[in-house]
Design a protein around this ligand. Structure first.
Ligand SMILES: NC(=O)c1ccc[n+]([C@@H]2O[C@H](COP(=O)([O-])OP(=O)(O)OC[C@H]3O[C@@H](n4cnc5c(N)ncnc54)[C@H](OP(=O)(O)O)[C@@H]3O)[C@@H](O)[C@H]2O)c1
Length: 242
């Protein structure tokens, strides 16, 4: 698929990784639906930067835990742009909560944002495409067994299952893949110098860049014969922990 002239929705596109992906898609000529929940100002800046680069961009607010907001998101994008062909599920809950502190509410929130929203958004986009070509890319983590981030890890494991089942269910017209990131951006509140700790733990001996993520996303969009795949962009981190 050539991203030029296509319509892409990026969830969590106000900040950090989602912001970089939205800019890359806009730079590649796609019209971008920039989703945010709370980061309105930052998302507005994403929209301005994409428009400045010459592509279409619009802002869409939705709390992905909320059924009505979730159900309204794809129709709102289609009503604005006329169609939707690329879905990037980047929005995520990420908190340091170990097993014995994991409440039902914490579990439910992780699953709502990290799995249920990608499921419902993918289903709605696929329905709207009605056999026409599409791309879905889910943002995952190189490590999804995480005792210190228990519900997050389990929800990201479920996202891998969703990616593979969706890939089969939506073949042949829609390719569904996930990109599993290593250390790209420090979690908010990281101690000073933590980037050196992460770099030391990584076979590549450095953190990854947003450009490396963006390039992987564009490659997956352009490739029509890869589906159900996990592309790890983690500097080899998964190899050092098996
Ligand atoms: N950063 C890394 O190095 C790294 C490493 C491994 C995996 N990943 C994965 O890559 C993706 C992006 O990472 P990131 O670090 O950019 O993520 P992040 O900063 O933790 O969160 C991304 C966005 O998720 C949105 N979000 C959270 N709760 C939401 C809700 N209830 N409804 C709607 N949106 C919600 C937030 O939107 P608002 O700000 O608008 O509220 C936020 O901007 C995630 O899926 C993450 O698991 C990242």
């Amino acid at each position: 698929m050539d991203p030029r002239g296509r319509v892409a929705l990026v969830t969590g596109a106000g900040r950090r990784v989602g912001h970089a992906i939205a800019l890359a898609l806009g730079g590649a000529g796609a019209n971008v639906a920039v989703h945010f929940n709370t980061a309105r100002e930052a998302a507005n800046e994403t929209v301005s930067a994409i428009r400045k680069a010459g592509s279409g961009a619009e802002l869409f607010q939705a709390d992905l835990r909320d059924d009505a907001a979730l159900d309204g998101l794809i129709p709102a994008v289609i009503s604005r742009f006329g169609r939707l062909e690329i879905l990037i599920n980047s929005a995520s809950v990420f908190r340091d909560i170990p097993l014995f502190e994991t409440t039902r509410a914490e579990w439910d929130e992780n699953f709502a944002v990290n799995v249920r929203a990608p499921f419902l958004l993918s289903q709605a986009m696929a329905r709207s495409l009605d056999g026409k070509p599409g791309k879905i890319i889910n943002l995952n983590d190189w490590k999804n067994a995480r005792p210190k981030r228990f519900a997050y890890g389990v929800s990201k494991s479920a996202l891998s299952g969703l990616t593979r089942s969706m890939a089969l269910a939506l073949a042949p017209n829609i390719q569904v893949n996930e990109v599993a990131l290593g250390a790209i951006l420090l979690p908010p509140g990281s101690p000073p110098g933590y980037e050196h700790v992460l770099a030391r733990r990584t076979p590549a001996k450095r953190m990854g860049t947003l450009e490396e993520i963006a390039g992987t996303m564009l490659w997956l969009i352009q490739n029509d014969y890869v589906t159900g795949e996990t592309v790890r962009v983690d500097g080899g981190q998964h190899l050092s922990r098996v």
